[in-house]
Design a protein around this ligand. Structure first.
Ligand SMILES: [Zn+2]
Length: 81
């Protein structure tokens, strides 16, 4: 009879390990996503409407030695006006 119990415990252990690996993968994936947003992708704030824009996609305006980033040409024009 002990083999039956042994197999049941083994099954539970293997099941829990699989579940844990799955959960760890999900958590890691979520953290990885967050790291990409706040770490490697530089975000800049539009001073006109306050929207955060990915720097590579922002409309750039140089004025008085400073660089300003905007979400659109409309905001850039509003800032210049
Ligand atoms: Zn804007």
């Amino acid at each position: 009879m002990w083999i039956g119990w042994f197999l049941r415990i083994l099954l539970i252990v293997v099941g829990l390990r699989a579940l844990w690996k799955f959960c760890a993968g999900v958590i890691e994936g979520a953290q990885g996503k967050r790291r990409t947003v706040h770490g490697s992708v530089p975000l800049v704030r539009d001073p006109v409407c306050g929207t955060y824009v990915v720097r590579s996609r922002a409309v750039v305006l140089r004025h008085g030695g400073q660089i300003e980033y905007f979400c659109s040409k409309t905001c850039q024009r509003r800032f210049s006006a």
